[in-house]
Design a protein around this ligand. Sequence first.
Ligand code: GLN
Length: 485
Amino acid sequence: MSLHEKSIAELAAGLRAKAFSSVELTRHYLRRIAAHDATLNSFITVTEEQALEQAAAADARIQAGDAGPLSGIPLAQKDIFCTNGVRTSCGSKMLDRFIAPYDATVIERFKAAGAVMLGKTNMDEFAMGSSNETSFYGPVRNPWNTELVPGGSSGGSAAAAAARLCAAATGTDTGGSIRQPAALCNLTGLKPTYGRISRYGMIAFASSLDQAGPITRSAEDAATLLQVMAGFDPRDSTSAEEPVPDYLAALGDDLKGLKIGLPKEYFGEGLDPAVAKAIEAAIEEYKRLGAEVVEISLPNNGLAVPAYYVVAPAECSSNLARFDGVRFGHRCADPKDLEDLYKRSRGEGFGDEVKRRILVGAYALSAGYYDAYYLKAQQVRHLIADDFNRAFEKVDVIMGPASPTTAFKLGEKTDDPVQMYLSDIYTIAVNLAGLPGMSIPVEPVDGRPVGLQIIGNYFDEARLLNVAHRFQQATEWHRQGPAGY
Ligand code: GLN
């Protein structure tokens, strides 16, 4: 088996047994990036020199018998995480030349665990998008079929992980950006409970919704990454003080008696019938594994996309106000005065989708409209969370599709923002409620991957990983990779 086909546990065992070194493994992945990324465009920055230094340091630690959980494992980091001394662009011209002066907590934790960073992955500009077409660095292609989008906004991470250009990657999910690209690229993607992973040093899009998480080839690998990423951080005031369980320990638990809720709203109009069939077949597999299925209702799900497109733009218009051409980021040439500096720096630095959201957000927050839009959307958010709370009185997990369709063609939805926004119709409510959600591969449709979404109660990530892992032990879908990689 070549190195890039191995799971993280297999790689860690090989490193410990000295079957290969981290420097060899890192070079192997760097060669793969060099061979394939001209087509895929999944990386914005490849940090070759730093990766080889980290690999050599990991080899020394392994040699000394002091290996961390991810020692010597090559990962790719979404370019939304600040990385000390390395360009952190967030997919935007605004930050094209921004070198972060410190590490995000997530990055710091991976470094402490001994992981190697291969580079920073492409993404929709400021994480706004569902297809990775809003990036200043150009679109990412889906390795399953390069005419298709990989999903977004963590599209670079998903394409890199699917093409085996890294052992695993990180993503962030504000309305679906881990689960949807994972679904479209046949990967396992986990968005944890809001507050589970520190947002310190993660460039903010919509602060009350943003959450980081792993994008991997299996639930087992996801458990290993989450173990490192999760935990309280005093530098993020919304970080949860909840203890972090042993995520690997619970993976093998029996699913007998597991109660799965199927929301009738997730299987109605708008869902591609072929995707519905693949999801139903996966549910049948869960029944064989001992689970019971209950029909439930999330009556306010239809309000999730509209509420999100008030809350997320409102928060983004406030978060992105810091990019003013003064402190950091793009600055226009020869400003006449301060107002000219603001206007042209922002006008030149931001792309169209970001501008659209800033305009909508500023409008929704303006005097006289705040109550009608922002406050209303926050009330709807409560209704949505209450729907889930009621459901979790009856069931252990909720299942459905992660995305209404399989991957679509590049350019297919770029002129129709509303169609693009509807890609997240099954994922967005989960962010509004702050719950954990996951997507795992099921049977593809016409060679295009399909993701099953598993939603859990607050801080129930261990159960989600267990439910995903048992399915992956019984099936082979997650092992499939795109041809030619
Ligand atoms: N597609 C959604 C948006 O455009 C979600 C993005 C995300 O989760 N970062 O806002």
